[in-house]
Design a protein around this ligand. Structure first.
Ligand code: CA
Length: 533
């Protein structure tokens, strides 16, 4: 007999070969998978970014690939693309806003008339703070010139703000990454709608502080006045009084005073959530946060306030990154050290789960399968220090495990093994458990094969992976077919894409398979909806 079946079978095809009759493409590891559509790719880019690259792709190549997908989306439906950028950005679904600003800049420069207008109109929604505006300006210069449309949009960013809001932005984010408000105002030339605005522009562009008599009653000018006073302060008492009376943000406090615990004691009640999370190490080092202290209690209460977390768009990835850094007692560069306060660490653990969109439990039987192969252990997600795709998957799996009562968390590369992690264990502990696992080749068909072999009843398989699978003798989609038949369960497959490449093991033609994006705050809820119906 000629061994023809070995070369061509729709039931069993090695992953190194294309599924017969399919539209599969070759992934970077040499296996065959499906290419996600451009809209899924857009989501992956907006949420996971490309700045860290992947095990297989350098940041530059990954950015080019993603930008080309954004371009195809803009050509197919520019208005839909802009709407998606606005949605992902304003609902805080992504850990970083830069991909959204970059995509918006592309839309503002490369879209058709209607799209360019929609993108520029959306600027204040997507560029919510000074830093966002500066990054947008930097990106947009790569796609267009300073025509009337851009001048007007940037001008509106300033004129639409109340003097108080504008002054706050101007002293909090004076300059970032080579751009300043002075640059932006000089290029956009907005016409002030109010006298206070005009005075603030003059202060920004010329440093003029000769505010006329009486105008200081206005909040914005008062804050700028206080900011200038703080620069000349000679005692910590003066600085603290200015912070208290004028609600100065910490960025407006001259650096030499930021080493004084009294200054942080004063700042603490008015510190925005993002600044609070960013400064936990410093606050602990200075003794502002200590075990059993009133400040510790206050901070723990703020960190676990779900409404406040959501209002401040605190992304779980930032919380995870803050938790892993805080509990190790030293900064990323290691210059700052502190003794972590247990209450704060625990609060961060709780904050992580609370920063996801509300999830309705499915009550179904779910196998959560984490790809722990080599490629998942390389490069950080969205540039977050210490959070590799493998660590990120463990954290994501715990979110689902925390709401479901019938889950099995497993890990695979060459073998398929139970993972001893649970939401009852603290996150950084769980992260350590997955970080220590050995890794080897990748076979994403293992979860289904294991479940069939062991007669495990599962309504859904959730696979956290980069879809760089290549080592199996059967495609993952093929492994699901006999499982469904022999077990008599119409089991579903959810693929959680953990990097912003274009690959997926989900068959786009199978309605029982779904692609979602890792570290999208909406992902656990989207998965739950899909598995429940
Ligand atoms: Ca791999």
């Amino acid at each position: 007999m000629l061994k023809l079946r070995k070369y061509f079978s729709t039931k069993q095809t090695p992953q190194s070969e294309k599924l017969p009759g399919s539209t599969q493409i070759k992934n970077s590891a040499g296996g065959y998978v499906w290419e996600v559509n451009d809209w899924t790719r857009l989501d992956r880019f907006l949420i996971l970014g490309s700045e860290s690259g992947t095990y297989y792709a350098k940041p530059q190549a990954l950015t080019v690939e993603n930008a080309e997908a954004v371009l195809r989306c803009l050509q197919a439906d520019g208005i839909r693309t802009v709407a998606r950028i606005v949605e992902i950005s304003t609902t805080g679904r992504a850990p970083k806003n830069d991909p959204a600003l970059f995509a918006l800049a592309m839309a503002a420069g490369l879209g058709n008339d209607e799209t360019r207008k929609a993108a520029l109109d959306a600027l204040p929604q997507v560029a919510r703070i000074g830093t966002h505006l500066f990054h947008f300006l930097d990106y947009v210069e790569g796609f267009r010139g300073w025509g009337r449309g851009l001048r007007r949009a940037v001008g509106s960013w300033y004129t639409q703000k109340t003097p108080a809001a504008l002054a706050y932005q101007a002293i909090k984010y004076q300059q970032r990454d080579g751009w300043s408000h002075r640059d932006a105002l000089r290029l956009a030339h907005p016409k002030a709608l109010l006298e206070e605005q005009a005075l603030i522009y003059k202060w920004i562009t010329k440093g003029a502080t000769d505010f006329p008599e009486g105008t200081l009653a206005d909040n914005g000018l008062r804050m700028i006045w206080a900011f200038e006073q703080a620069k000349q302060a000679t005692t910590v008492r003066e600085v603290c009084t200015l912070i208290e009376d004028y609600r100065l943000p910490w960025e407006a406090v001259p650096t030499q005073w930021l080493a004084d615990p009294k200054v942080w004691d004063t700042l603490l009640p008015i510190l925005p959530m993002t600044a609070l999370i960013r400064n936990l190490g410093r606050l602990t080092k200075l003794g502002v946060l200590s075990p059993m202290s009133a400040n510790g209690k206050l901070v723990a209460a703020r960190l676990t306030n779900e409404a406040a977390l959501k209002k401040a768009r605190i992304h779980p990835l930032k919380v995870l990154s803050a938790l892993t850094t805080y509990q190790q007692g030293h900064g990323v560069r290691g210059s700052l050290t502190w003794q972590p306060v247990q209450r704060v660490t625990d609060a961060l653990d709780t904050a992580f789960y609370k920063s996801f969109r509300n999830i309705v439990p499915t009550g179904k039987r779910i196998v959560l399968a984490l790809d722990v192969s080599g490629s998942m252990s390389f490069r950080d997600i969205a540039g977050m220090p210490g959070v590799t795709p493998r660590v990120g998957s463990a954290a994501m799996a715990l979110v689902t495990a925390a709401t479901e009562n019938n889950v099995e968390i497993m890990a695979f590369s060459r073998d398929f093994v139970p993972l001893k992690i649970s939401p009852r264990r603290r996150l950084d502990d769980a992260v350590k458990a997955v970080s220590g696992l050995p890794f080897s080749a990748t076979d994403c068909a293992l979860p289904m094969k294991w479940a069939l072999k062991n007669k495990v009843e599962a309504d859904a398989f959730v696979v956290y992976t980069d879809s760089e699978t290549w080592a199996g003798i059967t495609h993952p989609s093929q492994a699901l077919v006999p499982y469904r038949q022999k077990m008599g369960i119409a089991a579903k497959l959810v693929v959680v894409g953990m990097v912003s490449n274009g690959f997926s093991i989900a068959d786009p033609k199978d309605a029982g398979m779904l692609d979602v994006v890792g570290f999208d705050t909406a992902t656990p809820a989207l998965m739950s909806d899909f598995i429940r119906d």
